[in-house]
Design a binder for this molecule. Structure first.
Ligand SMILES: NC(=O)c1ccc[n+]([C@@H]2O[C@H](COP(=O)([O-])OP(=O)(O)OC[C@H]3O[C@@H](n4cnc5c(N)ncnc54)[C@H](O)[C@@H]3O)[C@@H](O)[C@H]2O)c1
Length: 350
């Protein structure tokens, strides 16, 4: 099978987990031996059929370096799981725009290398898909890279909570250009939003009346710091809406990020609190803590998205592909219940 050629926009923690995962699973043949993947083969496509052919960043510890080295450079603090071989992909300097916020200014070391012509690099490398992994506050930069994907004629995967796929104007532009656009804001594999939604779904299906619930978390990656400054409200809106969509009735729901704790490094602690009543109005309450590492949480879902976009492209689809957006993103163009998203994705793949 010809490789799916992808470009990484931002070589941060998520990119690190994805690149390591591509190597980690490359020799897997049996589902049972590939723990941690939802699908070893999706529509017949194996993770080894994905190849990173271009990467962009702005930090001088990453720009000009081979991708295999850049993914382990500070301030990335995602854990090292495997040594990745030299990739032959040198990280290009992208335009900074709003890529650095006030809070991350002291953490990121800006490269002085000249900026690459992004669309030209995407074309020269025959990239079929640009995967946007910029900080969540980098709205202008994310839109800039979406423009570059359009100019280069490749698909755009928006893992950030910046509204691109869920913006009708962008969706129409990709449709007109015969290109695929999916997003926004990737759902984690064992993320707080998924666990929260699943718990609420289980309880409400069992006849429990949830009255109030919150889910808040703290993390130590650069992204948590950027969130604290620039996207706390946005993330709260996106997560809350996504969780609310699970319940068949109205309840008081709050879901969002709260703070940055540097010594947690790439770890994340998520707290859940659920209150409701069951048989004969008897009260119940759940207090729960989930501890995960952030970056690997994006890996399995990203691998599914990349392969699903390839399937969509082979079927000559264009614009936003709802089964992919609803399955893998917290803020798709249209929110649907969890089980509908799962079902339509499975039908789409088969
Ligand atoms: N599990 C997860 O980690 C997860 C889940 C869902 C969504 N996301 C989203 O994925 C995105 C990436 O998360 P992360 O933890 O990897 O963040 P990160 O801060 O570790 O990485 C961002 C990278 O982008 C680079 N960058 C900043 N501005 C740039 C520009 N203009 N051009 C090129 N590169 C630039 C930074 O130098 C950094 O290397 C975030 O928007 C986050 O919300 C992550």
């Amino acid at each position: 099978m010809p490789k799916i050629k992808i470009a990484l926009i931002g070589v941060g923690n998520c990119a690190s987990a994805l690149v390591q995962g591509l190597h980690y699973y490359s020799n897997g043949e049996e589902e049972k031996d590939c723990v941690g993947l939802r699908h070893l083969r999706l529509g017949g496509i194996h993770p080894r059929d994905i190849k990173v052919v271009a990467a962009f960043d702005i930090d001088n510890r990453k720009v000009g370096k081979d991708l295999s080295e850049a993914i382990f450079a500070s301030p990335n603090n995602a854990q090292k799981i495997v040594d990745t071989p030299l990739s032959g992909v040198t990280v290009h300097k992208g335009p900074v725009m709003d890529g650095i916020g006030e809070y991350t200014r002291s953490i990121v070391q800006l490269s002085r290398e000249p900026e690459a012509d992004i669309a030209s690099v995407l074309k020269e490398t025959d990239t079929s898909m640009a995967v946007n992994l910029l900080p969540s506050g980098a709205v202008k930069a994310s839109e800039f890279y979406a423009e570059q994907a359009l100019a280069a004629g490749c698909a755009f995967v928006n893992a950030t909570p910046c509204f691109i796929a869920s913006n009708t104007a962008w969706a129409k532009r990709f449709e007109k250009a015969d290109q695929i656009l999916v997003g926004d804001d990737l759902i984690d594999q064992v993320g707080a939003t998924t666990i929260h939604k699943t718990l609420l779904k289980l309880l409400s299906t069992n006849g429990v009346r949830i009255t109030e619930t919150y889910q808040l978390d703290v993390g130590g990656g650069t992204e948590s710091l950027d969130t604290l400054e620039r996207t706390k409200d946005l993330k709260r809106t996106v997560k809350t809406k996504s969780v609310e969509a699970t319940l068949p009735y109205e309840a008081k729901v709050v879901a969002g990020s709260t703070d940055y704790v540097d010594f947690l490094e790439n770890k994340r602690d998520s707290y859940f609190w659920i209150r409701g009543t069951y048989f004969c109005n008897t009260p119940m309450q759940i207090d729960l803590k989930l501890s995960t590492v952030d970056a690997p949480n994006a890996g399995s879902v990203l691998l599914d998205v990349i392969r699903a976009v390839k399937i969509a492209a082979d079927r000559k689809l264009k614009g936003t592909v709802l089964p992919i957006c609803a399955y893998a993103f917290k803020h798709p163009p249209k929110l649907v219940p969890l089980e509908t998203a799962e079902k339509t994705f499975a039908e789409f793949i088969s």
